[in-house]
Each structure stands twice: as structure tokens, then as C-alpha cells.
Design a protein around this ligand. Structure first.
Ligand SMILES: Cc1ncc(C[n+]2csc(CCOP(=O)(O)OP(=O)(O)O)c2C)c(N)n1
Length: 436
């Protein structure tokens, strides 16, 4: 009876409504109904194998010199936000230079820059809401800065000192912050993507005005997890935004070894979600795509995919030396392409200069202030104590596992005997751990 009445209603509902009706049924555990639109095929006499559709175009608002070429979006970002975006990108850029050098000086053990990709993190975080839950990869420090995660906090994490939220148990660059609604970066590629599908699904079924946003590179999108995550999110209508930073390289693997189709965006369409490709060096395009994407996610209760096209200007990380695989010939190949993209900072700066929102001397001043702030933060972080030795064993699991308890006991015994052989004063509480 219940089933019959729903089937009857189906005849009178639009396909979009039907989509929602099915979801509501699923949510309350009632039987599922097939959406017959998905089965409704047109027939043809032509036996045609297709391997491509028209290449997806790249949405942009600013050209490479910072001229507005899309007047519809000219006033889409208020002046104050634009200035904050510019300052945040400059700060990110200076931080990248200083922290990268700090690794060379052995002051930190590892670093990853976002050189040339500053707009992706900053513009996307500005386009969503601060309570949206971010599942980052590792090259989105701009999103952390946008949300107020400070340069000092970054420096604490990079040095793994007592003020690091992760208490030195993660590699540098693996930031995370409950306060800023950002889940901790995790190194195994793509693990964050299905997690974001799950969180977005939960936000939908609990009726929240909140989305999950996950970032990943085009390399990470080759993981099996990526496909499961997208299909899960699309069929269960998770409130999830999939943000791909396509920067042409996954360490030494260029895009032509990574995929043979039209990038990552077509995969979103294949899984049935609204998708857009944007110019990843145009902060206007990124901001507006994320803002609109978020509105669609909340209104239509379905995920969205955004592919931002950019270029990884720096090495993959401090463990990489990209001249080994990007020689002069290779760089020439990219030169023409790069001239079409230019640095996102350069583009926004040119726009702001034309509008009088920054003056040439301001820009220099911002850079100097940022540089000093980053240097001070690093110095301060380096001066702090390391977390207590005991913290090495805590918080990894909800309760300490027996094998870790065993290791803790062994370390205590060792440090009781040989504590003076180590420089334990650099740890909070020193060797008090041995007698605790
Ligand atoms: C499961 C897994 N495989 C391999 C690696 C090693 N690895 C770390 S980063 C990386 C490249 C990822 O490239 P991409 O997702 O395009 O991001 P990008 O570094 O270009 O921003 C690889 C292969 C890893 N961390 N995890």
C-alpha cells in the first residue's frame, strides 16, 4: 500500500523531486525506488565508440594580467575580502620561502610549498563557510591561514614543539585544528576523500547547513579510494565538495602519465555530479565557483566537483629535486602554458593596483611584514621545549594499546639507567618521565 502510493506520486513529481523523495525514503529505511530516468535510453542505428566529448573549458574571471574579462563577476568579492585574500597569499608565499629554507638549515625536518598555487587554498576557503569541515591533502596551507590558523601555530607544528596540537607526533606540514574545522593532514594519498564523502553524507541526513570539503591532487585521484568516494557521495547525495588541485605533476609523474582522459573534471560528470573546471591561478574564479558550488550542494543535496588547473612551481617537497625530471627542455614545453596562467598573486595584485586597493609601496610593505612575522614565529617555535616524552605514547589510540604500554615501560627503564646520556632538558618535564 505504502509502495503503491509512492509509485502513484512518482508519476506526478518532477525528476528532481523524485530524486529527493527517494533519498528521504532511504533515510528512513523504507524501500528504495529505482529512478527510471537513469534507465531511459535513446536508441541509434550508428555503432559509435566514443572516447571523448568536447574538452571542458576552464572558467576564469581575471586574465593573466589581472584584467577582468568576465564582467558578471567583477563586483563579486568586496574590497575588504580582496585585500585579505592578497595579504594571505603574500603571507603564504613568504612563509613558503622561509620554511623551505629552514629545512635546508636543518631547523625543521621537512617542508612542502604551495608556490604558484596560493589561490587554490585561499580562494576556496573564502568561498565556503568557516564551519564547513575541511579534509585537506597537504598543499592547502592557504586555507588554514584564511581560517585564522596562525603562522606561529604553523611554526609550532613544523618544529613539533610543545605547542603543536599534534604534540610532535606527525611529520611537519601535517597541520590540523579542531578550532578551525580542519581535519589533520594525512600522508597516505586520498584517505581524506572517502572520509569527506562520509562526513558530507552525515551532514545531509542530519539536515545541517554544513558541507565537507576535500582537497586532493590529480595524482591522488588515481587511487581507488577516489572512485569509491565519488560514487558513494553521488549516489547517497553527500553534502561534499571535491576540490582537485591539478598542478600537472604528482612528484615526478606528469599528467600525461597520470591520465589519458580530459583531466579529473570529467570523472565528476561520469559519477553524476555538477562539475566545473576553473583557472586555478584566478582567485576570482575559484572563489565564485566554490561559493556557487556550496549553494548547489546545500540546495540540491548532492556533491560538486571542482578541478582547479595550476602548475606546481616548486619541488614536490624538500625530499624532491625536480630538475631531475623537469629539465630545460621540459620547462620550455611548459613556458607557453605558464605565460597563460601567471602567478595568482601577480594577477590579483595587478587587479588591486588598477583599482587603487593597494599601492605599489603597500605590496612591498606587506611582504616585509610577512617575512618578519614568519622569521619571528620560527625563531620562537625553535626556542620552545619538545612535548613531554610521555606524550609519545598517548592519544594515538583512544586507550593505550598493550604493545605501546610495554614500550613505555621499556623506555622508562632505559632512561632511568641512561637518562644523563641524553639531552632531556629539551623535553617538557625533562626526565621526570622515567620516575613517573
Ligand atoms: C598511498 C600513497 N601512495 C604514494 C604516496 C607517495 N606520494 C606522496 S605525494 C605523491 C604525489 C601526489 O600528487 P598529487 O596528488 O597530484 O598532489 P601534489 O603533490 O601534486 O600537490 C605521492 C605519489 C603516498 N603518500 N601515499
Amino acid at each position: 500500500m505504502f509502495c503503491k502510493s509512492i509509485l502513484k506520486n512518482r508519476a506526478f513529481t518532477s525528476s528532481a523531486n523524485r530524486f529527493l523523495v527517494q533519498g528521504a525514503n532511504r533515510q528512513f529505511g523504507a524501500m528504495d525506488l529505482i529512478n527510471y530516468d537513469l534507465f531511459d535510453h535513446k536508441f541509434t542505428n550508428d555503432m559509435e565508440f566514443r572516447s571523448s566529448f568536447d574538452k571542458l573549458k576552464c572558467f576564469r574571471v581575471l586574465d593573466e594580467e589581472g584584467n577582468v574579462i568576465n564582467k558578471d563577476y567583477e563586483g563579486s568579492i568586496d574590497d575588504q575580502t580582496l585585500q585579505k585574500m592578497f595579504k594571505t597569499m603574500v603571507m603564504m608565499n613568504e612563509a613558503d620561502v622561509v620554511f623551505n629554507q629552514a629545512q635546508r638549515q636543518s631547523r625543521i625536518s621537512f617542508y612542502m610549498t604551495q608556490l604558484g598555487e596560493e589561490a587554490a587554498g585561499v580562494g576556496s576557503a573564502a568561498g565556503i563557510k568557516d564551519h564547513d569541515l575541511i579534509f585537506p591533502q597537504y598543499r592547502e596551507a592557504g586555507a588554514f591561514l584564511w581560517r585564522g590558523f596562525s603562522i606561529q601555530q604553523m611554526a609550532h607544528q613544523l618544529t613539533g614543539n610543545v605547542h603543536d596540537f599534534g604534540k610532535g607526533r606527525q611529520m611537519p606540514v601535517h597541520y590540523g585544528s579542531n578550532k578551525h574545522n580542519i581535519v589533520t593532514v594525512s600522508s597516505p594519498l586520498c584517505t581524506q576523500v572517502p572520509q569527506a564523502s562520509g562526513a558530507g553524507y552525515q551532514f545531509r541526513i542530519s539536515g545541517q547547513d554544513r558541507i565537507a570539503v576535500t582537497y586532493f591532487g590529480e595524482g591522488a585521484a588515481s587511487e581507488g579510494d577516489f572512485h569509491s568516494a565519488l560514487n558513494f557521495a553521488a549516489t547517497l547525495r553527500a553534502q561534499t565538495m571535491f576540490f582537485c588541485r591539478n598542478n600537472m605533476y604528482a612528484i615526478s609523474t606528469p599528467i600525461d602519465d597520470q591520465y589519458a582522459g580530459d583531466g579529473i573534471a570529467v570523472r565528476g560528470i561520469a559519477y553524476g555530479m555538477p562539475t566545473i573546471r576553473v583557472d586555478g591561478n584566478d582567485i576570482f574564479a575559484i572563489y565564485n565557483a566554490c561559493k556557487k558550488g556550496r549553494e548547489m550542494i546545500i540546495k540540491e543535496k548532492r556533491p560538486v566537483l571542482i578541478e582547479a588547473i595550476s602548475y606546481r612551481v616548486g619541488d614536490h617537497s624538500t625530499s624532491d629535486f625536480s630538475q631531475r625530471y623537469r629539465d630545460e627542455k621540459e620547462m620550455l614545453k611548459w613556458k607557453e602554458l605558464l605565460s597563460k596562467f601567471k602567478s595568482p598573486i601577480h594577477r590579483l595584485e595587478n587587479y588591486l593596483l588598477k583599482r587603487g586597493l593597494v599601492k605599489p609601496e603597500d605590496s612591498k610593505q606587506y611582504r616585509l611584514e610577512a617575512l618578519n612575522q614568519v622569521r619571528d614565529a620560527l625563531k620562537n617555535a625553535n626556542d620552545q621545549k619538545k612535548p613531554s616524552i610521555d606524550d609519545m605514547f598517548n592519544d594515538v589510540y583512544d586507550t593505550v594499546m598493550p604493545h605501546l604500554e610495554d614500550q613505555r615501560k621499556q623506555l622508562k627503564e632505559h632512561l632511568k639507567k641512561y637518562g644523563e646520556k641524553y639531552n632531556l632538558d629539551t623535553f617538557q618535564g625533562g626526565n621526570a618521565f622515567a620516575n613517573s
